[in-house]
Design a protein around this ligand. Structure first.
Ligand code: ADP
Length: 139
């Protein structure tokens, strides 16, 4: 089924000029980038976005990292986009990520791991709505 997922190219990747290379991996996997913008995430936005991790020991560090530089927020569309993008991203920790995945290719470490992708269709809808209006998405 054609569906949408939400993606973020994180500050460690924008800093190293990897936006184009990451987009190539995304497009080569058959996912279409139907919306994209480069923003500076506010502290409030990052806190809301990662609210589910509020009790985790790395929460403060994660919010600080996500607001430390520009990010590129994206909506990706394709067959089974949520699961497909999780596969293309690779494991959270790049040391455990499969060959050819974005995190294996580019991530620095488990925190600075270059990309975010929604983990369910429900979360994808919520995350897309946090950063995009309907008319910004051109499918
Ligand atoms: P994923 O992004 O693969 O869905 P999680 O939802 O578990 O992973 O974690 C969200 C984000 O929090 C990770 O992508 C990473 O940036 C950060 N993170 C996760 N685990 C750690 C950790 N042990 N130390 C620092 N940051 C972490």
């Amino acid at each position: 089924m054609t569906e949408r997922t939400f993606s973020i190219i994180k500050p460690d990747a924008t800093k190293r000029n990897l936006t184009g290379k990451i987009n190539t991996v995304i497009e080569d996997a058959g996912l279409r980038i139907v919306a994209q913008k480069r923003i500076r995430m506010s502290d409030a936005q990052a806190k809301t976005f990662y609210e589910v991790h509020a009790e985790r020991p790395f929460y403060g560090e994660l919010v600080e990292f996500m607001t430390s530089g520009p990010v590129v927020v994206q909506v990706l569309e394709g067959e089974g986009a949520v699961a497909k993008y999780r596969e293309v991203m690779g494991a959270t920790n790049p040391a455990q990520a499969a060959d050819g995945t974005i995190r294996k290719l580019y991530a620095n470490n488990v925190g600075e791991n270059s990309v975010h992708g929604s983990d369910s269709q429900d979360n994808a809808r919520l995350e897309i709505a946090q950063f995009f209006t309907d008319d910004e998405i051109v499918g």
